[in-house]
Design a protein around this ligand. Structure first.
Ligand code: ZN
Length: 429
């Protein structure tokens, strides 16, 4: 074996003796026979404690390493077991790979970096591994970061939210740091018990340091925060409040659309307030259905075509147009914030209660019930942008993570992406 240091560098391993390297022409792989440099001093693979020899285990094992050029590379070594005081007979620690992993550190690191940078198909094709393997790798890389850094230190202002994965059937509870914009915590579930785990991990002392907690108005969040961090000002996320109004608007749109659809042939105008006569109410129904995006979008983002649709709605269905203005009015409240926002909200509530649109009357009552939290948001001028953008990014990632086994790889992938500790490529800082 010439130049063992060259081979150590090429294989990206440390504290390792490269005994021999061979090329297997049948399988077209390079196999490097290795052993830990201090083979006599065994440590438990699970905890790293010094432990005496137990047995040979299952003999020789292979670990996938980074490719050399186009050729796949494996490390091969004995994998004896040691007797750990805590873990019993366990495979000894290897300097080139994580315990229980079938890939080297460098391989794991490269996959984790790629998973935060490129598409699913790019990662799996380039690294020649299954997507599920990517899931296992990001999970162990993230666990290593979690063991090294304390994500929950120094929290003052946090946002708590829930994100659905698996088509609205399963949920994650996520916690975002408003000051750094980082995702600091995520767990499957959306109930008080899940959130209590967060406060348990945070501990009483650090919970007492929280000054603001923003969330949607779900009672399980409000109640848990009230008992675990009673000093924190609870603010309502504007994003969720405006989403309620958007939902109401959609209800009105569907109602108006159904009315238009039911009109036979359409000799009467479907927008009864306008008194306009249309012969093609079915055409109106279709047009109305297509105008959905114009209604949902913020006015400043509308295209020319969508703006024309809104004008058409104003002319043909005053009720739907009023609903649109109500949604926009509520958005305006959170845009101006402060005292001005409070005044605008007061006016909005009066407007909603006499709007004669039932869903908005009901929404007005709901907002009155949550007035203290909404006022806190307006007074504290809490930005909603961070929670909303993290929420949007997680939703994108849940689609990427489809095919992973269980929620842990999804959490790991979102933590690697949004937690502020992105993995580096191996050999680079
Ligand atoms: Zn151990």
């Amino acid at each position: 074996m010439r130049s063992p240091s060259l081979w150590r560098a090429l294989l990206g391993v440390e504290k390792t003796v490269v005994e021999e390297v061979e090329y297997d022409e049948n399988d077209e792989v390079v196999v490097a026979h290795v052993r830990p440099r201090r083979a006599k001093h065994g440590r438990c693979g699970a905890c790293g404690r010094c432990a005496p020899w137990f047995d040979r285990g299952e003999g020789r094992r292979r670990w996938r390493a980074l490719d050399l050029g186009t050729v796949r590379v494996f490390l091969e070594a004995d994998a004896p077991r040691v007797t750990c005081q805590v873990h019993g007979p366990t495979v000894r620690q290897m300097p080139w790979a994580r315990h229980g992993a079938g890939h080297t550190h460098a391989f794991d690191q490269q996959v984790a970096w790629l998973a935060t940078q490129c598409s699913k198909s790019a990662v799996t094709a380039l690294m020649r591994i299954a997507w599920r393997t990517v899931g296992s790798i990001v999970t162990r890389v993230c666990a290593d970061i979690d063991a090294r850094v304390d994500r929950l230190s120094g929290l003052r202002r946090i946002g708590i939210d829930e994100v659905s994965y698996r088509k609205g059937k399963k949920f994650l509870t996520v916690v975002v740091d408003h000051d750094t914009g980082r995702l600091v915590w995520a767990r499957p579930g959306r109930d008080a018990a899940t959130l209590r785990v967060f406060f348990d991990e945070l501990g009483a002392e650090r919970s007492a340091q929280l000054t603001h907690v923003s969330a949607d108005t779900a009672s399980w969040i409000a109640n848990t925060v009230a008992t675990r961090a009673p000093q924190a000002v609870v603010c309502a996320d504007p994003f969720h409040i405006v989403a309620w109004a958007t939902q109401c608007l959609d209800d009105v749109r569907r109602e108006v659309w159904n009315e238009a659809r039911r009109k036979p042939g359409g000799t009467k105008a479907w927008g009864s307030h306008a008194g306009l006569r249309h012969n093609t109410s079915r055409g109106n129904a279709r047009k109305l259905q297509r105008s959905r995006y114009a209604l949902w979008k913020n006015p400043e983002d509308l295209t020319e075509n969508q703006r024309a649709k809104l004008e058409w709605i104003a002319a043909t269905s005053p009720k739907l147009h009023r609903a649109y203005l109500l949604k926009e009015g509520l958005r305006h409240v959170f845009k101006v914030k402060g005292e001005q926002g409070k005044q605008a909200l007061q006016q909005w509530l009066a407007w909603a209660s006499r709007s004669r649109i039932n869903v908005f009357v009901v929404l007005g009552r709901k907002i009155r019930r949550h007035l203290p939290a909404i006022h806190a948001t307006l007074t504290e001028r809490m930005s909603n942008a961070i929670v909303e953008s993290v929420n949007t990014k997680i939703r994108l990632l849940t689609r990427v993570a489809f095919g992973f086994h269980g929620p842990e790889p999804l959490i790991a992938l979102t933590m690697l992406n949004l937690g502020g500790y992105r993995p580096n490529l191996p050999g680079r800082t």
